[in-house]
Design a protein around this ligand. Sequence first.
Ligand code: OXD
Ligand code: MN
Length: 595
Amino acid sequence: MTKNQKLIQWVNEWKEICQPDSVYWCDGSEEENQRLLDEMVASGAAVKLNEKLRPGSYYFQSDPSDVARVEDRTFICSAKKEDAGPTNNWADPAEMKAKMLEMYKGCMKGRTMYIIPFSMGPIGSNIAHIGVEITDSAYVVVNMRIMTRMGKKVLDVLGEGDFVPCVHSVGAPLAPGQQDVKWPCAPIEKKYITHFPETHEIWSFGSGYGGNALLGKKCFALRIASVMAKEQGWLAEHMLILGLTNPRGEKKYVTAAFPSACGKTNLAMLIPTIPGWKVECVGDDIAWMKFGADGRLYAINPEAGFFGVAPFTSMETNPNAMLSCRANTIFTNVGLTPDGDVWWEGIGTECPEGTITWKNKVYDPASGEPVAHPNARFTAPAYQCPAIDSDWENPAGVPISAFLFGGRRPSTVPLIHEARSWQHGVFMGSIVGSEVTAAAIGLKAGVRRDPFAMLPFCGYHMGDYFAHWLKLGKAAKDAAKLPKIFYVNWFRKDNGKFLWPGYGENSRVLAYIFDRCNGQGEAVETVIGKVPAVNSIPTEGLEGMDTSKMEKVLAVNKEEWKDEVALIEEHYARFGNHLPAELSEELAILKKNLA
Ligand code: OXD
Ligand code: MN
């Protein structure tokens, strides 16, 4: 398959360590995919869904202990502890490798070792990068085929070139004759998701679940890529990318960084409620950006599919996501209906009697247990999204006009405010915060700061990451060509009720952003930045929205912001002398404005 000596040698080394029954190089073909799926159906690991209702689609139930990313088992193993920073778990790379090597020894006995060459980004794009994942999970192979470009075509482009080596095992060897379980994995204390930033390596052990096992996504495209981006002067971000077209046919692209479970997939595929506007999706989770020759930042979506949260996705909340997973989709931990289709809470229909829950029990409404796990997922090809952008695979990327930051903030933060400068925008990104989500286990409930929505995904010291953003702004050939930066909050409440309807109505805010990027739209200076003049966000046709409600949604309350400042100070204290002086300066400006 390849003449790449580094690759051949690396595979041989791991074969020696893991002792699989066989080694298989994935070519990415349709036949290969079908064979693996058929094998998993035959073994009982998967159920083929009703071909008429959900063509080409498969159903999986995970082990009940293996349902989400495991942040407390995720490590950045930099040579120096300080370089991992206060937001990451750190372990000494040599010690971690020694410990994990013991675990990897013989871990693939009774299993096949699959080699998956994959490209993050359109093959051959100069923003894209290649990785190779070794895994003993066929589930991982069929998911990686949707989420990345994978197989022989990637090896052809790789040639003798370099790649990011990613090692994965579910950590469940089989003794001779031992019957496999439906979802093999290791107990929690044996799960490790580790990253070696100096050598750009990823080692994952013990989990078969998405973010722990599909190593192209969070491990490579965010944690390791953020390190590469710092070294090489680009950006690897936890951001959706969307194209926005106004009624005159003008188009702009924006990205948005929100913490997990704040509706990134919904915004990326939004259907505008305002006439004449169009939103098209380039990506729903990750953006890689480099400067183009014209001095603008260009973004690609390094992924090729959506690994979306199923519960509460419906024809009401996100029709484009529903249509993306209408066929050729892998469902994990949702419910299985008696007619061989899927069901989850918030899908918009009654749960059919006899539906099987993610825990493989017949659904009993009296039990109080959900049908789908709250973090149940669909893995769907991006090209199936009716709103996919015509340039989503453009190797040159799409030019970005604006960055949006945001989170779930019931108080304090207005619907939208705009940064006065790049430096102020970096300050905004650094203070992003949100309510805790179901996408990660082992967390305390409450609001947590999630700078740039990168808290669990930055592969190095978060303070140095802020400095990288500042440096990138300074490196721009023409500061006027840098994206404008906005902070949005769809989740503000009054008396316990959301003030803003959200979903498709967020197009009104996008329209305002579009105008601001054209030097139009009215903004007023406030203590926290530029806030829209009350009538400059279009509200025609928005039921129940009058001027006084709009004032509430946009209000900047100095007392609330004084409390916020105290929280920001506490948050910033974590970064010690890695906190860039520019951000202390922005905080000082905010304090002065509030005095
Ligand atoms: C995700 C996440 O799964 O951010 O995308 O947790
Ligand atoms: Mn994400």
